[in-house]
Design a protein around this ligand. Sequence first.
Ligand SMILES: NC(=O)c1ccc[n+]([C@@H]2O[C@H](COP(=O)([O-])OP(=O)(O)OC[C@H]3O[C@@H](n4cnc5c(N)ncnc54)[C@H](OP(=O)(O)O)[C@@H]3O)[C@@H](O)[C@H]2O)c1
Length: 175
Amino acid sequence: MVTLSLIVAMAENNCIGMDNKMPWHISEDLKRFKALTMGHPVIMGRNTFESVLGYLNKPLPGRENIVISRSGYTPPENINVPVFASPEEAIDYALRRTNKEVFIIGGAQIYKKTLDKADTIHLTQVHKAVDGDAFFPDLNIDEWTETTREDHLDHDPPYSFITLKKRVIPAKAGI
Ligand SMILES: NC(=O)c1ccc[n+]([C@@H]2O[C@H](COP(=O)([O-])OP(=O)(O)OC[C@H]3O[C@@H](n4cnc5c(N)ncnc54)[C@H](OP(=O)(O)O)[C@@H]3O)[C@@H](O)[C@H]2O)c1
């Protein structure tokens, strides 16, 4: 079965972005993002895709970039990526492109629309509150089990890599 994962770096106050950029620089987080997502389809909102283009001048390499836009966004001429009008269509497409893992990589609007569909969250918890204009939705922690944690508390800002798996609710499991 294909896993549908969200991957996000989030401050204590749920902040994930400022002016369409990440509000911190944690190089180990970028390395982890690359290691986890490499070779897998990555789904993102149009703003996040434009932020990627702003940094790299191209889509994220080695991963099929899949963009969500309701306004009919057309990528620049030399950039060839599929664009879907809803998160559901993008997820259906991505799930047919792999038998392993699909990653939803943001931003705020897309996390909000897809949080209830995900099996796994690869979370980088940044242990401070940060000013910003993009926020992750509130997580109902009762719905998630922490399966791995790696603390990096000597870093400025301190952070932890955490894996959260959706709890299987007995009624849903047919028990
Ligand atoms: N910390 C992290 O891990 C992380 C990860 C990713 C992004 N970010 C940050 O998050 C911020 C960007 O988030 P954002 O919320 O502004 O933008 P976003 O979610 O990346 O993209 C929003 C766009 O997606 C499209 N969209 C949203 N909902 C839709 C729906 N239901 N159906 C169809 N299209 C839909 C719309 O595109 P159209 O306007 O074209 O219709 C909308 O303008 C930036 O600051 C970025 O740096 C942080």
